[in-house]
Design a protein around this ligand. Structure first.
Ligand code: ATP
Length: 203
């Protein structure tokens, strides 16, 4: 991969939705990224839900959704490691594979709020430029209020991103209630969800 500027966007993507895609596209443009990889989490240590969908299906949904965008790609590196996966290990793996590439690690507002509890946050920040995605408009995460605890000595940049009020939790809830998720997830994702009966009885 001969990329100069590579963005990494981690998540469980259970399922991927339009909110993820629109902020990823914003990040590509704001940061002039050559490529942005959606890094599908295997077993995220900080997000343990009993009923996380199988990693292969989450990966399939992300792959299907990003296939049409040459700036987007998918990484399954975190799924291939057994047990909980840590961002610092993922970044070290990317650094070792692509020593010449400048890495950008995207964080949503919720992730930034917990970042100081992640394993080796300073090491993460030295391996990649941390990018806090602030959703534009009124609401939960205006750019100016996004901060880290003062005792954590890491730098990060903030970029404004489009605010689309949708979450995977919301999508799963709609399916459980028998409501449509049309226009909230890409058609390819909806098809995979339907084919596999995902989220019909999941909390
Ligand atoms: P869940 O509802 O299951 O917690 P999620 O919708 O937050 O899931 P994740 O897989 O956790 O999806 O997504 C990875 C990251 O993407 C999140 O940590 C969050 O920061 C960001 N994100 C999710 N939804 C949006 C959205 N609508 N706009 C901007 N960023 C988002």
């Amino acid at each position: 991969m001969g990329f100069h500027r590579l963005g990494l966007f981690g998540g469980t993507f259970d399922p991927l939705h339009l909110g993820h895609l629109v902020v990823a596209q914003d990040a590509v443009e704001r940061l002039a990224l050559d490529r942005l990889l959606f890094v599908v989490a295997g077993l995220p240590p900080h997000k343990v839900r009993d009923s996380l969908s199988p990693p292969e299906l989450r990966l399939e949904m992300v792959r299907a959704a990003v296939a049409g965008n040459p700036a987007f790609g998918v990484s399954a590196v975190e799924m291939e490691r057994p047990g909980p996966t840590y961002t610092v290990d993922t970044l070290r793996a990317f650094r070792d594979m692509h020593p010449e590439t400048e890495l950008f690690f995207l964080l949503g507002a919720d992730q930034l709020a917990e970042f100081h509890e992640w394993r080796e946050p300073e090491a993460i920040a030295s391996l990649a430029t941390l990018v806090a995605m602030a959703r534009e408009g009124s609401g939960v995460d205006p750019v100016s209020t996004m901060t880290l605890p003062a005792d954590l000595k890491v730098d990060f940049v903030r970029i404004p991103v489009t605010r689309l009020d949708v979450s995977s939790t919301d999508i799963r809830g709609r399916v459980r209630e028998g409501r449509s998720v049309r226009y909230l997830v890409p058609p390819e994702v909806r098809r995979i969800m339907e084919d596999h009966g995902l989220y019909r009885s999941i909390p």
